[in-house]
Write a protein that binds this ligand. Structure first.
Ligand SMILES: *Cc1c(COP(=O)(O)O)cnc(C)c1O
Length: 405
């Protein structure tokens, strides 16, 4: 039986160190209500109203660790804004969608989203250690409909019979909420499929429950190389000693760690914040990979940044800081067209003889084109002798064809 709310404080100072460092304790004690949050900070009226409305919007859940990063004095705290619903979540526009990325129409097998030719998502769990207010999969996540074992088996069977899938992204929900034994088993099953070249895990665990990244987990993960982890830091404030240590344990296990941030209005939509975020990530040996323009998902309009502002922000990263720290700024096309880069134009004029390029400081410079234009690689015929061309059909094309075709 949980203690009555009033008697339970989830403030770090009041919790035994052994409990605090236990990831299962963190998950068992997630803060989910205005009463619990009100016990650790002063809620603003906008937050109180958002929490009251959240029951019919999208579930609330915050680990005590992540809540401990909240600035109790400022509702504009980036951690609060990502975790505590605002009343504006309920101001839904017609343009906002349940499934903005058309995932439900690229779903050739249970748990599988196959859009691109050679890679797919594998959604194996419906729970998270934080329910981000900008979540684009809120239709699937945090509900009472977790993927079943037969569904996961059917997903594995699809991947096994689709040889053009080279790259499986395990996501959810948060895959690192599976027990280590289950995750190990699942990774082993994927590794047993000969055409699966790399496996990626998408997880926010290093950010919101870094104690989950323990030696046992790292020992299990490192058996399944080449394995990549992409995590989701949105603000430099999230790079605490604990979260840095979690990233270090992953990297030390030989796992390249990338970051997929979401550009969130008023949370990280400033040049200073983005530069600091990217620099702190590099210091933690995490490579900034994507910076997403917000998807048009229900209840998130107030967190989206205008595209023109996003492009301007990007222009203040490229060249001004190391390219290692500059992620791809992308829109994931509504309807399922996939991710596309949005960049300021660095080409002023594209001629056959000269290209006029724009430097990061705005100067226009001539780049002379080469004399020869034939780009054939003669050695391709030798190196790829007998190798079939890539199968570039859109993902899930197999599912649209009769089984005996
Ligand atoms: C993002 C995404 C991927 C992976 O894209 P990359 O550009 O390879 O990181 C794959 N499938 C789906 C459906 C996606 O949304």
């Amino acid at each position: 039986m949980p203690l009555p709310l009033a008697a339970r404080s989830l403030r770090r100072a009041d919790v035994a160190e052994r409990d605090w460092l236990d990831w299962r304790w963190q998950l068992r004690n997630m803060l989910t209500s205005a009463d619990e949050l009100g016990a650790v900070l002063e809620l603003a009226p906008e937050e109180r109203a958002g929490l009251a409305a959240s029951a019919h919007l999208f579930r609330v859940g915050i680990t005590p660790y992540y809540a401990s990063l909240m600035d109790p004095a400022h509702p504009s705290c980036p951690v609060r804004m990502q975790a505590i619903p605002a009343a504006r979540e309920g101001a839904i526009r017609d343009e906002e969608l349940r499934d903005p990325l058309g995932e439900d129409s690229h779903n050739p097998a249970p748990c599988v989203v196959h859009k691109y030719p050679d890679r797919c998502l594998f959604l194996v769990v419906d729970r998270c250690a934080i329910y981000c207010r900008h979540c684009n999969r809120r239709r699937l996540v945090g509900g009472d409909d977790p993927p079943t074992t037969p569904e996961i088996e059917a997903g594995l069977a699809y991947i096994a019979r689709t040889p053009r899938i080279r790259d499986v992204l395990i996501s959810g929900g948060d895959p690192l909420l599976l027990s280590t034994a289950k995750l190990d088993h699942l990774l082993g099953r994927l590794r047993a499929i000969p055409h699966v070249e790399i496996i990626r895990i998408g997880t926010r665990i290093p950010v919101v429950c870094p104690m989950r990244v323990d030696d046992e987990l790292c020992a299990a993960l490192r058996k399944h190389h080449p394995l990549y982890v992409n995590t989701h830091f949105n603000h430099p404030k999230e790079l605490t000693p604990e979260s840095r240590a979690a990233c270090a344990r992953l990297v030390d296990a030989g796992i390249p760690v990338g970051n997929q941030a979401v550009l969130l209005r008023g949370v990280n939509s400033s040049v200073r914040t983005l530069r600091a975020l990217m620099r702190e990530l590099l210091k933690a040996r995490v490579k900034p990979y994507y910076l997403f323009q917000g998807d048009t998902v229900i209840g998130t309009d107030h967190l989206r940044t205008p595209v023109d502002a996003a492009i301007e922000l990007y222009g203040k990263l490229r060249g001004w800081m190391t390219g290692m720290g500059v992620p791809h700024l992308v829109i994931d096309a509504p309807g399922g067209g996939g991710k596309l880069p949005i960049v300021p134009s660095y080409i002023e004029e594209l001629g056959d003889e000269v290209v006029k390029v724009r430097t990061y400081r705005g100067a226009i410079v001539d780049y002379p084109q080469p004399r020869e234009r034939d780009c054939t690689v003669p050695y391709d015929d030798v190196y790829f002798a007998g190798v079939p061309e890539d199968d570039d059909r859109e993902g899930s094309a197999e599912a649209l064809e009769p089984a005996d075709a």
